[in-house]
Design a protein around this ligand. Structure first.
Ligand code: ADP
Ligand code: MG
Length: 624
């Protein structure tokens, strides 16, 4: 009972696929038609076999008549028999009939080919559409979504779940249509031939169904366990690879190996348990199919000898062929059912994802406003929703157009959060953020972000060439522009020293860049974006102070016309800044020029400065 409910539930989740089936309705319709045609041609050949056997039987007995009985045959077979019966040459009749059987097999194969071409191809199209739909949906999500879902989780949705759904829209649908049409056609013609024999032959079927039903749910459960332990195994392996340096330096290889063997052992146990169940599955199906064939021969033979129920030698052969035709589709019921269950579980997860609407999206009346103006934080408070940490507390700050503002403060004081709020990665809880006298919520998200160049604290480079990484986001930028920006960021000469210069690949399969190189490439990337406001989030922390000062000097020239927010925890590199804002616990306790800040008795800035001058910068700051 519970099982049938879960099938109901299965179909409920898969409803989401209707729009795709509708989109590809022509392919799907044609596919179903081809399945039916292919099965139609395959049920014709047992009928012809029956005819040949009966014909030979009669010719041996010398009772061949021009009027061969045509009861129980398909319309076309009847026509054929009427024509063939005119010919009294037994050998010729056999040869012609055999050739027709061969031709039917070819026709069947041809339609099977077309069926794959339509249904399987349709499932690939749906897979493609679905992947795009999900990816598109991911892109619309806000920062909170990506905090709540791990990369692995997101990857699984787009890779594994979608391919499981594809197994349903392709193979499973094909098997179902095939099963239904094979059963319908063969049982129909079996009943035409002999009702009594049909009943006996189909007797083992209900038992078969029950076995499939139970064994399959067992297999399903076990394979889910396998899936889970495999996922564990992969995670362990993956972590060991990416953390190999830590593992080695802490000499924890054997502990990690123990971990890995543990999950490996669990996987082995589950896989063996599954194999045990599977070893029962196919033999029992074969046993019951064999039983059907046995019944056909035994009961059919008795009927034939006693000349009962119109059973002939040909009928027995015909039935055996039908039973064989049913073998594969029936034994695939279990497989198909678990395909549907898996697809449904996957589609359920996908639906959950697709139903999450981003908290941060364009407001109804949002517009394409110009952000080239003053920036103002008015009484802004913000608490990270997932951790409950209040990162910004009733903060007020005015940044004039064209100003170069430096923000400093210890780790965790809220500097990066401030930058993210300006980009509307999160929405604030209290207060307002205005750019050019407009609330940032009134801007279209894309307009807002397009007008801000942002170099995040955690650098990310794509597995592509250095050049493309810099050009990212401004695809029309010329080579010269790329070089120029790399020059400003102070990385041009180093790039030229790479084996393939700007064409050098970075990322997993490319060269290993130093932290400082990555930071400077990412600065060049932000500079190439035509934006009036640029935010540098501690993006020179990995280069030495001298290089930092050189880059800042070059940047100053480039930034002349622009508004810039420079976040840094290195106080001594900002001596020349117009205004320095010191953050602490989400507030701004001090601001002013370097000289002004140094004059505050017991001030935060003074402390930071002195500590850094002494080179006693605490580890916490380094780790930032
Ligand atoms: P800073 O850039 O000055 O080092 P942050 O703005 O990164 O400081 O962090 C401010 C506070 O917010 C810290 O207490 C930090 O733990 C917390 N925080 C930062 N990022 C997140 C996040 N994505 N989710 C939850 N809490 C965060
Ligand atoms: Mg930070």
């Amino acid at each position: 009972m519970q099982k049938s409910f879960s099938y109901f539930a299965a179909m409920k989740h898969l409803k989401a696929l209707r729009k795709y089936f509708w989109k590809y309705r022509v392919r799907l319709g044609a596919g179903i038609l081809f399945v039916m045609l292919s099965n139609y041609f395959s049920v014709l050949s047992p009928q012809l076999m029956k005819f040949i056997i009966n014909y030979v039987d009669q010719s041996i007995a010398g009772t061949v008549s021009a009027e061969h009985p045509t009861k129980g045959y398909d319309y076309f077979v009847k026509k054929l028999i009427t024509i063939l019966s005119q010919n009294t040459n037994v050998v010729q009749v056999i040869i012609i009939a055999s050739l027709i059987i061969l031709f039917l097999a070819l026709l069947r194969g041809f339609f099977m080919f077309l069926m794959r071409q339509t249904i399987i191809v349709m499932s690939r199209h749906i897979e493609y559409d679905q992947k795009n739909e999900i990816f598109n949906h991911y892109q619309k999500q806000d920062a909170l979504f990506f905090k709540r879902h791990t990369t692995g989780d997101l990857m699984n949705r787009i890779a594994e779940d979608v391919s499981r759904v594809r197994i349903y829209t392709g193979p499973a649908i094909m098997y179902i249509v095939n099963l239904i049409s094979v059963i319908a056609l063969s049982v129909f013609f079996m009943l035409q031939s002999s009702v009594e024999l049909t009943i006996y032959v189909l007797l083992p079927l209900p038992i078969l169904a029950v076995i499939i039903y139970f064994v399959n749910s067992n297999i399903h459960k076990k394979s889910e366990q396998i899936q889970a332990s495999l996922s564990d195994l992969t995670t362990h392996a993956q972590e060991s690879y990416s953390g190999i340096r830590v593992i080695k330096s802490f000499v924890q290889e054997s502990a990690m190996l123990k971990f890995f063997t543990g999950s490996s052992e669990k996987y082995r146990k589950n896989a063996i348990a599954l194999a045990r169940v599977e070893t029962i599955y196919f033999p029992s199906i074969m046993l019951l199919i064999g039983l059907s064939i046995l019944l056909t021969i035994m009961i059919g033979g008795l009927y034939y000898i006693n000349n009962q129920h119109g059973v002939t030698l040909g009928t027995i052969v015909e039935f055996i062929v039908y039973v064989n035709m049913l073998t594969f589709p029936v034994s695939a019921i279990g497989l198909t059912a678990s395909m549907i269950q898996r697809a449904s579980a996957s589609q359920k997860r996908l639906n959950e994802f697709l139903n999450i609407s981003p908290a941060i999206s364009d407001a109804e009346n949002s517009g394409d406003f110009n952000a080239d103006g003053d920036i103002e934080f008015r009484n802004v408070s913000f608490t990270y929703p997932d951790t409950g940490i209040q990162a910004i507390r009733q903060l007020n700050l005015l940044i004039k157009k064209g100003e170069k503002l430096v923000i400093t403060g210890r780790t965790g004081s809220g500097k990066s959060t401030l930058a993210q709020l300006l980009l509307r990665m999160y929405d604030i809880d209290e207060g307002e953020i205005l750019i050019n006298e407009k609330n940032i919520k009134d801007y279209q998200l894309s307009t807002l972000r397009n007008q801000i160049g942002y170099i995040p604290q955690d650098i990310f480079l794509f597995s592509d060439t250095v050049e493309e990484n810099i050009r990212f986001g401004s695809y029309h930028a010329s080579k010269e522009e790329v070089y120029e920006k790399a020059e400003i960021a102070g990385v041009h000469n180093e790039i030229l020293k790479f084996a393939e210069g700007y064409k050098t690949l970075v990322g997993e399969r490319g060269v290993t860049l130093s932290g400082g190189q990555k930071q400077r490439i990412s600065i060049a990337r932000a500079l190439i974006k035509p934006a009036g406001l640029i935010i540098f989030d501690d993006c020179l922390s990995a280069v030495d102070a001298k290089t930092e000062r050189e880059i800042m000097a070059r940047l100053n020239k480039y930034l002349e016309e622009k508004t810039a927010i420079i976040i840094t925890h290195r106080v001594f590199s900002l001596l020349s800044a117009d205004r320095i804002v010191v953050m602490d616990e989400g507030k701004i306790p001090e601001q002013g020029t370097h000289a002004e800040l140094m004059n505050i008795q017991n001030g935060l800035y003074l402390k930071l400065y002195n500590r850094q001058q002494k080179g006693l910068q605490d580890d916490e700051d380094e780790a930032d």
